[in-house]
Design a protein around this ligand. Structure first.
Ligand code: GAL
Length: 682
């Protein structure tokens, strides 16, 4: 029996349902605020993020605070039994502040200071901004720390971006000094003899020079560092009075920050997720969302919160496509299945004006509970109550995919070894996740320096950079019995983005995989390449498969060859190899291939490694399951990701938690339908 994880909000034992709530915009309409409470109950909502962009309401003039409206809001929500993630307001600065203290506005790459506009654009090194945010955060914490509505702290909103003011550039140079110890060491690490870049003073270093790619990489690392430093500064102010959990809302695979570092500062992970549902292939969309959830669960190996999602459409996307019936329910239950203990929205109610007045919301401008969207949200609210026993359930994943921001940045900032548009780092990780997801195999998404213990299979797609210790951890993992699958474009540079000498994959992985990658060739449709599996190979794979984007010319030095290329000057050379080591084995896939080949390869490796679906039943194609387990049992979340009805044959006894009945041995799932089944044997 798995231990039940503690609730996200201490002592609040419920799945969270609610969203971003902006009563600060409606203070002139107390009738609407009263109506909100009625509708929130009807929608089955119990948790709200409040005050995210309310700094002008918190502090209408310098040093003058007004909290009466917030007192009323928290009292009103508490009376409903709801909980609040109270936001620190640094995501949007008041106009008076921008005018009085111009230095809080960011300086753009061209050296010009921003005007007062939009949001998420404060200077993170500005002493004034830090003073102002600490003052408001501390006041909020002092006033509400013990309020019965308070459930936790929503620190800022979607941290992002950089500033190029003298303060930030100075902070960057100090950070470099600390990281490298001396200019000599920095020059060596950055390979600065190149294009005569040797630095003789830290003051000469400018992050806008991308010709030294480790400089550009360090700017990204520094941006993460200064964001974390700012976030810690915000948290420290809150911590003066409150020890309730803190989080900041992440944005999936956002390229701008190393979220593993921000995750370290959070008590729980929260994520904003806005899939573009207008795409032709719903299953692909659902799977890419699944991988994002898998990462957020893996970050702390405990439940996270889907803190923002749209209940209908999204006004900044290229197509404002409404979710079709069933999709909303599927999306919310999918999040819970992947380990979320809450499914929340942006936004509770549409504002009358401003940039987001047409963004999807639970409550439309019409204002009543009679909309399709409201009904679907209320249905989710009711379902979350019915499946509440799954709260705190653990997801036990036998497999992991390595997704690493440093490796991604190093890869993307290097000109080569294939062209930029073909690199497709995130898409490649998603491609490897897909067969696992389709086979209902629970999978974690981890950084390269994470602990590998406990996994049976680890996949490292395009792991361009090997940070110190990663190659050794891989060797230990394989020796101890693990199965490792690594691909082309891996093991090429160290943490300074400098190429390993002595053949790829570097840092000892040439021996582990038994291969030497002599060349990497990129190709296009004029030069198609395919591979063919060797007769009688150990995985029993057969047939020919097209490659795409690039392949490696590989020497199988001590590896067994499982497949070879069929075309070009590398016809007959290895495309897929394996080498046994200790109790485990290391597979190398020497090129990017399509979904058919990846599915065949990943499925057969899973079979060999004993990595199986989480559900004993064989599901029809396009129906996927996730499993969460806690002290009260095993909960299977099933989604029909196809546009056709599907029939499930169930060999075991289950209770359909939402319908409230025991299932028969045959269950029908409508197109895009979802089910939550509890195993009856528990
Ligand atoms: C998020 C943001 C919200 C809201 C939403 C609209 O990225 O955190 O404040 O703007 O997008 O989709």
């Amino acid at each position: 029996m798995m231990k039940t994880h503690a609730p996200i909000i201490p002592h609040f034992d419920a799945l969270l349902h609610g969203g971003d709530y902006n009563p600060d915009q409606w203070q002139h309409r107390p009738d609407i605020i009263q109506e909100d409470y009625r509708l929130q109950k009807l929608a089955g909502c119990n948790a709200f993020s409040v005050g995210i962009f309310a700094w002008t309401s918190y502090e209408p003039a310098d040093g003058q605070y007004e909290f009466d409206w917030l007192d009323r809001t928290l009292d009103g929500l508490a009376a409903q039994g709801s909980r609040v993630f109270l936001a620190t307001p640094s995501g949007g600065k008041p106009a008076w502040m921008s005018r009085k203290y111009p230095e809080i506005r960011r300086v753009a790459e061209n050296g010009l200071r921003d005007t007062h506009k939009r949001r998420h654009n404060h200077c993170q090194s500005s002493p004034v901004y830090r003073e102002k945010i600490a003052a408001i955060n501390e006041r909020l914490a002092e006033r509400y720390a013990h309020h019965r509505a308070l459930g936790g702290w929503h620190i800022s909103n979607e941290y992002s971006g950089s500033c190029y003011c003298d303060g930030c550039l100075g902070a960057f140079r100090r950070w470099l000094e600390e990281r490298y110890g001396s200019l000599d060491q920095l020059n060596r690490a950055w390979w600065t003899e190149f294009w005569s870049h040797r630095f003789t003073d830290f003051a000469e270093i400018d992050p806008r020079d991308e010709s030294i790619d480790c400089l550009a990489l360090d700017w990204k690392r520094f941006t993460t560092w200064i964001t974390c430093d700012f976030m810690q500064h915000e948290i420290a102010a809150v911590r003066q009075h409150s020890d309730l959990p803190v989080t900041t809302n992440l944005m999936g695979y956002f390229d701008g920050l190393d979220y593993y570092r921000l995750a370290e500062l959070c008590d729980f992970i929260s994520d904003d997720n806005y899939p573009e549902w207008n795409g032709p292939d719903k299953a692909h969309i659902i799977q890419s969302v699944a991988m994002t959830h898998d990462q957020h669960r893996s970050m702390k190996q405990k439940p996270f919160v889907l803190i923002e999602s749209t209940p209908s459409n999204t006004n900044w996307q290229s197509c404002m496509h409404h979710k079709r019936p069933g999709i909303h329910r599927l999306q919310m239950l999918q999040a819970i299945g992947h380990g979320a203990d809450g499914a929340m929205y942006f936004q509770w109610r549409k504002g009358q004006g401003g940039f987001e007045k047409f963004h999807g919301a639970v409550v439309d401008h019409e204002g009543s509970e009679n909309s399709r969207v409201f009904r679907e949200v209320a249905e989710v609210g009711a379902s979350l109550k019915q499946i509440a026993a799954a709260r705190g359930g653990h997801v036990d994943a036998p497999a992991a995919i390595i997704y690493d921001w440093d490796a991604r940045w190093g890869f993307e900032l290097s000109a080569g070894p294939i062209s930029g548009p073909k690199k497709q780092y995130v898409a490649t990780c998603q491609a490897f996740h897909r067969p696992l997801w389709a086979g209902s195999v629970p999978v974690d998404v981890i950084e390269s320096t994470a602990c590998f213990d406990g996994y049976r299979l680890i996949i490292a797609p395009q792991l361009f950079m090997l940070k110190p210790g990663v190659a050794d951890a891989m060797k230990r993992f394989v020796k101890a019995g693990g199965t490792l699958l690594m691909t082309t474009l891996s093991g090429i540079v160290n943490e300074n983005n400098s190429c390993f000498l002595g053949g790829w994959p570097g840092d000892g992985l040439r021996e582990l995989f038994g291969v030497w990658v002599e060349e990497t060739d990129e190709f296009n449709d004029h030069h198609p390449v395919s591979m063919t599996f060797a007769a009688g190979n150990r995985l029993g794979l057969t047939g020919d498969f097209a490659m795409n984007a690039n392949i490696d010319c590989v020497h199988a030095e001590s590896a067994e060859v499982l497949a070879t290329f069929k075309d070009g000057f590398y016809a007959g050379q290895p495309s897929f190899t394996v080498k046994e080591s200790g109790k485990g084995r290391a597979y190398y896939l020497a090129g990017r291939c399509g979904e058919d080949a990846l599915t065949a390869i990943v499925e057969s490796i899973c079979r060999e490694a004993g990595v199986a679906s989480c559900i004993p039943e064989k599901l029809p194609p396009g129906v996927v399951a996730q499993l969460r387990e806690n002290e009260s049992g095993r909960f299977y979340f099933l989604q029909n990701t196809t546009e056709q009805a599907q029939e499930l044959q169930l060999a075991h006894a289950y209770v359909d938690l939402i319908a409230g009945d025991a299932t028969g041995s045959v269950v029908q799932m409508p197109p895009m339908g979802s089910l939550v089944l509890k195993a009856k044997s528990d």
